[in-house]
Structure formats: structure tokens, C-alpha cells
Design a protein around this ligand. Structure first.
Ligand code: 87F
Length: 505
């Protein structure tokens, strides 16, 4: 009887497991692409949609986005940048005012051509970015130097009809972002803001998402074609050996001021053109986080962005006092919440503790607290870290203090582990042969470069292949010493700077 019961229970468990898809079929190091798709779905971040390249962002994703948004929004408000909202649609004639820079992007612009069954008189585009939407109004609103600086930001969606392989968060046809657009009287003010914003992007990656990034400047070939210069934070995905642009902060110079006639009368009564910046980060940030920290059990969330930082799970045992265990779980959650942690108890009675462990591991919750009869008797709880699986018992009296300590240790360990892995992928090369070897070895390559556009084109052409060409990622602001007489790895001409290279997303 006992055995039959156990068997029935076992069968039921298996059924549940199957139904909910607990556990991953693919391993991160064996089948990275499939692993990633499985993690984002099984962790309940993403649901696939019946339009290719479009994804449902579920609450588990949106709470992370909101944490980043709350941070960034408060920071830009300190900088006196104001939020606004401009329309989703743009007419063809306005979009085309930016001819030169739109040229390369044109195939990605999505158009509305019909309402109901009737053709629209003029098709309207869906914004792929909002320069052309906003700048006619910058021109209208800016008259004199007292109207400057004009600093606007908007939180919105944009659509880019990509044709290369779509990937949730990383390359989707619609995504969420913030786009900042600012105008100044002087280049000095614009230059300063570019770096202030870039520093906020570094903080998003390093301090929230626990991902190391390199700050630097894009090459002439890789910069935003409509701008003057582009800075970025660059991350790296060791599993694929690809760099990924994390966010960009551009100085547009006076290019758009010329096109859109954004002029002002300066303090001497002389007409002048404004200096502009634009900058953005998107939901791509979340994809980079999944790729960098996730493991074979699923998602791994840095505590600072986790919507649930601590999950409390009752572990009732035979004839132990279940009510007391459940109420200990509730009061633990209450104590943690009062101390400012995002904590929840999983008190569902139709799942076993073991099932719940796997479930919350899959969802990447940083810390699990288990409370069973022994813990109750000893006035303690058992805590298990998601990042390294380490278990410890902590006395109830020290709960808040210890949880705080462990969560900040997890945040720090995740960053350090990611940095160690990233650093192990950095390869310094001096010659073309070393460069090719490092590229085949999936490295993030730091090489001395002559900084000539033609040479970068040549590097792309010479590395073209199935995996995609290599390109420059950025020239890091933090430059190692470049010894006199160092030659460019690709052209053999005198090198001007150290630049990161690699395949990229
Ligand atoms: C796709 C279609 C049409 C990128 C596009 O980075 C236009 C574009 O202008 C386009 N894809 N871009 C560049 C966007 C530049 C800039 N915009 C404001 C940013 C930051 C936010």
C-alpha cells in the first residue's frame, strides 16, 4: 500500500513536471542558442507571439525593466532632463528630411498603408527612432539662448523591421527604450552630457545588472552616421564570443540643426546653430543579463533588479505542525518586507517543496529560505544562494542583517564572476595572424590600430564568413600605453590607438 501510494505520488510528480516544463533540455555550454530561448520562456520572462520578432514581455521581465527605469528616470531628472511623449507615427516627407542618415536604415522602416479596407492617401511610418519626429519642434521651440538647453527624454516603443535572425530582447522588431534628445548652445555642454549619460549606462550594467562593460568611442564606420561622434558601453558574451553594444550616447554635433534649422540667437544677438546629443538604452539590457548570468538551472537574477529577491518555502514534514511552519513563513516574509526587501512566500499546497525549489531556481530568485520543523524548533531558517548553491542556517534574530549581507555578496559575486570570465576572453594581439587566431578562439580582441576607415572595411571583408565579419567594438577611453613605433595589426601602418575588435550582435 505504501509503495503503491509512493508510486502514484511519483507518477503525479512527473506529470506536473512535464506539464510545467520544469528543467531545461539544453545546456548553456553545449547549445547556447536553444538554451537562451528555453530560459527566457521557462522563467516566464517571455512568451512567443505569432508575429516573428515580436515577443510578449511578461511581468517577470517588466519588473526588471521598471527597476532600471526608476533608477535612470530619477538620475536624468537630477540633470533637469524632462520627460515628454511624441507620436508613434511620422510622415514620409518628415522622415525623408534626414535623407543621408535614413538611407541605410530605410529597409527597416515599417509603414501603415491602410485604414480598414481603404488605402491611406499618404502612408505613415512607425518611428524607428524619433529624431525626425522631434526636431521640427525643437526648431519651433528654440528661439533665443534663454530657451537652451532643451533636454527631453521619452520612454516608448520603437519598431525596426529587422531581417536578420530575431532573438528575444537582443534583436526584436519592436522594443522598449528611452531616447534622450538634447540641445545646447555650446559643444562643451554637449560633450559633458554625453559622458554623464554614458556613466549612467555603465551603472545600469555594472551596478544593477552586474555585467562588466567597456566605455569607449565608436569608429567612424560604426558610429551613428547622422551624428558627430558616438560613445558606447560594450559588453561581451563569452559563450558565443561576441561583443554586444549595451547602450549609446551620441554627440550629434550641428548636423541635425542644419537639416532641421534649429537655430537660436546667442547672447550677443548673433544667430547660431545648436549642438545636439541623443542617447538610448533598451530592453536589450535584459537579454545581456540573461546571457551573462544564466546557468543550466535557468535564470540567475542580480538581487538589485530581481522582482523577488527572497522566496520563502515551507518544508512540512510528515506529522510536523504545518500551520506553525506556514505562519513562520508568512512572518519571515513580513519581517523582510518591512526591512525593504522584495520577499514572497510560496504557500501553494499543490506543489512539493522540491518542485518549488526548481521553479524559483528557474526564475532566478537570488535567495531561497526554507523553513521546516527543525528550523522552527531551533528558531532559525535555512538559506540557499542561487548563484553558487551555498547553504547556511541563520538564527531568526539575525534574519534581516544576514539577508542584507548575503544579497549584497551575491550582487558582488555575480559581477566578479562575470568580470573574471570576460577578462579571460580578452586577448591582446599585434599581428594579423594573432588576430585571426584570437577571432577563431572567440576572443574580445584588443589591438593597436591606425584608425583608418578603409582599413576597418578591409578587416570586415577579410573576415567575412558564416559567423559574420569582425568589426571594431570601441576604442576604450581607458587606453593602455601605446609604445612608440607600434604598428597597426591590420595595415602595418603606425598605430594611433588600442581598439577592441570582435564578432558582435
Ligand atoms: C532604423 C530605421 C530608421 C537606428 C534605424 O542611437 C532609422 C534608424 O536612425 C536610426 N536604426 N538608427 C539610429 C538611431 C540613432 C539614435 N537615435 C536616438 C540612437 C539613440 C536614440
Amino acid at each position: 500500500m505504501a509503495t503503491a501510494n509512493a508510486n502514484a505520488k511519483g507518477a503525479r510528480k512527473k506529470e506536473v513536471k512535464k506539464e510545467t516544463g520544469l528543467g531545461l533540455t539544453y545546456k548553456k555550454n553545449e547549445n547556447f542558442g536553444e538554451w537562451y530561448s528555453e530560459v527566457v520562456v521557462n522563467s516566464e520572462m517571455i512568451e512567443y507571439y505569432d508575429i516573428s520578432g515580436c515577443y510578449i514581455l511578461r511581468p517577470w521581465t517588466m519588473t526588471i525593466w521598471e527597476v532600471l527605469q526608476t533608477f535612470f528616470d530619477a538620475e536624468i531628472k537630477k540633470m533637469n532632463i524632462k520627460n515628454a511623449y511624441f507620436p508613434l507615427f511620422v510622415t514620409e516627407s518628415v522622415l525623408q528630411r534626414e535623407k543621408d542618415h535614413i538611407e541605410g536604415f530605410a529597409p527597416e522602416v515599417a509603414w501603415v498603408t491602410k485604414s480598414g479596407q481603404s488605402e491611406l492617401e499618404v502612408p505613415i511610418a512607425i518611428r524607428p527612432t524619433s529624431e525626425t519626429v522631434m526636431y521640427p519642434y525643437f526648431s519651433k521651440w528654440i528661439r533665443g539662448h534663454r530657451d537652451l538647453p532643451l533636454k527631453l527624454n521619452q520612454w516608448c516603443n520603437v519598431v525596426r523591421w529587422e531581417f536578420s535572425h530575431p532573438t528575444p530582447f537582443i534583436r526584436s522588431r519592436e522594443f522598449l527604450w528611452q531616447e534622450g534628445h538634447t540641445a545646447f548652445a555650446t559643444q562643451a555642454e554637449a560633450d559633458q552630457e554625453v559622458l554623464e549619460i554614458l556613466e549612467l549606462y555603465r551603472k545600469i550594467y555594472e551596478e544593477f545588472l552586474a555585467i562588466p562593460v567597456v566605455k569607449g568611442r565608436k569608429s567612424e564606420l560604426e558610429k551613428f552616421a547622422g551624428g558627430y561622434y558616438t560613445t558606447s558601453v560594450e559588453a561581451f558574451i563569452p559563450n558565443t564570443g561576441r561583443g554586444i553594444q549595451g547602450a549609446t550616447s551620441h554627440c550629434l554635433g550641428q548636423n541635425f540643426a542644419k537639416m532641421f534649422q534649429i537655430n537660436f540667437e546667442n547672447d550677443k544677438g548673433v544667430k547660431a546653430m545648436v549642438w545636439q546629443n541623443s542617447w538610448a538604452y533598451s530592453t536589450r539590457t535584459i537579454g545581456v543579463m540573461v546571457m551573462v548570468h544564466g546557468d543550466d538551472k535557468g535564470l540567475v537574477l542580480p538581487p538589485k533588479v530581481a522582482s523577488v529577491q527572497v522566496i520563502v518555502i515551507p518544508v512540512p514534514f510528515k506529522d510536523a505542525n504545518t500551520d506553525a511552519i506556514f505562519s513562520a513563513c508568512s512572518s519571515t516574509v513580513q519581517a523582510l518586507r518591512e526591512a525593504g526587501f522584495r520577499a514572497e512566500a510560496d504557500l501553494r499546497d499543490n506543489y512539493s517543496p522540491g518542485w518549488k525549489y526548481s521553479h524559483w531556481e528557474m526564475k532566478g530568485v537570488p535567495l531561497r529560505i526554507e523553513i521546516g520543523p527543525k528550523d522552527l524548533a531551533n528558531n532559525q531558517v535555512r538559506v540557499v544562494r542561487r548563484d553558487n548553491g551555498a547553504k547556511s542556517d541563520i538564527p531568526m534574530g539575525n534574519l534581516v542583517e544576514k539577508v542584507k549581507e548575503i544579497l549584497s555578496s551575491i550582487q558582488e559575486c555575480l559581477f566578479n564572476a562575470a568580470k573574471q570570465k570576460r577578462d579571460a576572453c580578452i586577448k591582446i594581439v599585434n599581428t594579423w595572424d594573432e588576430f585571426i587566431a584570437a577571432l577563431n578562439d572567440k576572443k574580445m580582441i584588443l589591438a593597436p590600430w591606425c584608425d583608418e576607415e578603409e582599413v576597418e572595411k578591409d578587416v570586415k571583408a577579410r573576415t567575412k564568413g558564416e559567423l559574420g565579419a569582425a568589426k571594431s567594438l570601441c576604442t576604450p577611453f581607458d587606453q593602455p600605453r601605446l609604445p612608440e613605433g607600434t604598428l597597426c595589426f591590420a595595415s602595418g601602418k603606425p598605430a594611433k590607438k588600442w581598439t577592441y575588435w570582435g564578432r558582435s550582435y
